[in-house]
Design a protein around this ligand. Structure first.
Ligand code: GLA
Length: 389
């Protein structure tokens, strides 16, 4: 893939590019908690977006989306949201550097990769993060990883219209081989946890239903959580976000919340608790306990937060019937995309069989099952790629 993208660059722009890449991510537990200043537990994986980039002297940004075979260009000093959806991810990042007072000179870029689109594996975050990393490195702009993570997140807010949290961009920027990372989305402190894959694997199953985060439900959930916080703040001065809420607080004011906001808020409080307990289980190598937290997470996402869909629920229901599947849940923003399951290695083939026998995608195909997910070989890969080329 790297070679193809590099060749494409040379064909279009007649020059040798510098190569970069950024990974997609999985999330073991802690969904929709990031924008509530809670915890998440993602890991970068070996699916990636690759970039071929080089400064040009024509005063224009010229982008080519390899997978779509589409080109986009705009004048260097006219960065604004465009009608081309994919270009907005790149333009949004350029705009963030500019906002931070870092001038980004004109460049050419070809990008493409194998992070499945709309599958909840953060292909858009990988595009934003890879673009930020490439610009920073190519022009020596001196931004930190955290700065670039935030630029990538703000690109999503301002140019893609999704008020996402920081998890996806953070995970793509901070992946470490063989580890998941627990991120405190308030302080942005993080801790790596080794994931022992000797006897257990993470298996993704793609429903084949594309999620449409920007299509309002995501932003609506965020607004519902904020409405809950506003109610709590009338009674508890120390509450800044749902991170500070407890079930006692919610129960004391459940009338005022109303059914929907109460369920949204209680899911967040419980999910943060599941994540903290889940990390302890992981540290103790207690995969059975961790798996139960994953099932609990799915229940909450489905019934309280209501971001699942019938296909995701169906896949989790099948997972529950297969011995050796310790846990399973929808992953990412929801409304489609993948489930993530924790499976005993010796039972992965049984699981795959059961899934293929019991589930068909909406267009009648067998679902794509991604197992043996290799955790990302750390961010060194970015640098290796640029050195090799
Ligand atoms: C999307 C967002 C993330 C996060 C997840 C849900 O992936 O981009 O910030 O909120 O949904 O956990």
């Amino acid at each position: 893939m790297e070679q193809q993208i590099k060749n494409k660059f040379s064909n279009i722009f007649g020059a040798e590019p510098v190569m970069y890449c950024a990974p997609g991510r999985v999330n073991l537990i802690g969904e929709h908690t990031d924008y509530n200043e809670g915890f998440v537990l993602p890991a970068a994986v070996d699916k990636q977006i690759v970039f071929a980039v080089k400064p040009n002297s024509v005063g224009r940004f010229r982008f080519f989306a390899y997978d779509l075979n589409e080109q986009f260009e705009t004048e260097e000093d006219k960065i604004q949201k465009s009608d081309t959806a994919w270009a907005n991810y790149l333009l949004g990042v350029v705009a963030q550097f500019a906002k931070a007072g870092k001038r980004v000179p004109a460049f050419d870029c070809v990008f493409g990769g194998n992070v499945p689109l709309g599958a909840g594996m953060s292909s858009s975050a990988a595009i934003e993060v890879g673009m930020a990393f490439a610009i920073n490195d190519l022009f020596g702009l001196g931004c930190s990883r955290l700065d670039m993570t935030k630029f990538a997140q703000m690109a999503e807010h301002e140019y893609a219209g999704v008020n996402c949290g920081i998890m996806d961009q953070f995970a793509s920027m901070h992946g470490k081989a063989g580890h998941v990372v627990r991120l405190d989305c308030r302080s942005l402190d993080f801790q790596y946890f080794p994931l022992d894959t000797t006897n257990h694997l993470l298996v993704l199953v793609n429903t084949g239903v594309k999620h449409e985060l920007a299509s309002s439900e995501y932003n609506k959930r965020r607004a519902e959580c904020e409405a809950g916080v506003r109610i709590l703040q009338k009674y508890y001065s120390g509450v800044r976000s749902l991170r500070d809420a407890t079930m006692e607080m919610l129960n004391a004011h459940c009338q005022e919340f109303g059914d929907v906001v109460y369920r949204r808020c209680s899911y967040i409080v419980e999910e943060n608790a599941r994540l903290i307990a889940g990390c302890k289980a992981l540290a103790d190598n207690d995969f059975a306990a961790f798996g139960q937290f994953m099932y609990g997470s799915h229940e909450g996402l489905s019934h309280k937060f209501e971001v699942s869909c019938k296909e995701l629920d169906q896949l989790v229901a099948i997972a529950r019937t297969v011995p050796g599947v310790l846990g399973s849940r929808m992953m990412g923003g929801g409304f489609g995309g993948c489930t993530i399951s924790l499976v005993e290695k010796s039972k992965v083939a049984d699981f795959e069989r059961a899934i293929k026998a019991g589930y068909k995608t909406p267009d009648g195909h067998e679902p794509v099952v991604l197992n043996f997910i290799v955790l990302w070989i750390s961010y060194l890969h970015y640098i290796l790629l640029s050195l090799v080329n």
